[in-house]
Design a protein around this ligand. Structure first.
Ligand SMILES: N[C@@H](CCC(=O)N[C@@H](CS)C(=O)NCC(=O)O)C(=O)O
Length: 201
């Protein structure tokens, strides 16, 4: 049995979505950041979500894992799904998985923090990060031209990107939208596993 510690945030949704998509049975534990249980710090010293505890792991031994990207890879390994068999597509999935986590999500966080969390706010810095984020999303938009998914078939790259894009729909719309990314969003949103993962509150 898998225990999932989550909250409805971009990183949290990645874990919710992949577990629903893979149709794995799991027990959800909703974490409230203002009242984190001691148990969370025992599982993940940084006290961040998502975290999973799988009583069986990959080799029958219990396993605890944090980092939304690692959880996506773990579920793909465990189930043999969302990880293209074709090696060219697999390499492409890895590239876009890395792009989603280290470029899109990182610039999305920087944009959000420059607006809400930094000690000294600056409109110029916020616009800088917004433009950086748009450039990273623009790369995804171009990749999706003529493709249903980032690596042709649905993969962990799409599940890594989706929650980050959903949180920045306003930015995309303010800048005139991105046709191929929007088409992909509709396709992803129509997947029952994605919808079920995003419905976790
Ligand atoms: N790189 C980590 C980031 C984890 C993270 O920062 N999670 C946030 C929610 S999106 C969190 O738990 N924040 C609570 C806190 O920092 O107190 C991942 O991808 O899982």
């Amino acid at each position: 049995m898998i225990d999932l510690y989550y909250a409805p945030t971009g990183n949290g949704y990645r874990a919710c979505i992949i577990l629903r998509e893979a149709e794995l049975e799991f027990r959800p534990h909703r974490i409230h950041f203002t009242a984190k249980p001691e148990e969370l710090f025992k599982l993940n010293p940084s006290g961040t979500i998502p975290v999973i505890r799988d009583s069986e792991g990959l080799d029958g031994r219990p396993l605890v894992l944090s980092q939304s990207g690692a959880i996506l890879e773990y579920v793909a390994l465990k189930t043999g799904r969302f990880w293209p068999a074709d090696l060219g597509r697999r390499a492409m999935a890895l590239q876009w998985f890395a792009h989603a986590l280290s470029d899109v999500s990182a610039s999305s966080s920087a944009f959000h923090m420059s607006q809400n969390d930094v000690p000294e706010r600056s409109e110029a810095n916020t616009r800088f990060w917004e433009q950086w984020l748009l450039n990273m999303l623009g790369a995804c938009d171009r990749q999706l031209e003529g493709r249903d998914y980032l690596a042709e078939e649905v993969s962990l790259a799409d599940f890594a990107l989706y929650p980050a894009v959903m949180r920045r729909l306003g930015v995309i719309e303010r800048h005139g939208g991105m046709v191929h990314l929007n088409r992909w969003l509709e396709r992803m949103s129509a997947r029952p596993g994605v919808a079920a993962g995003m419905a976790m509150k």
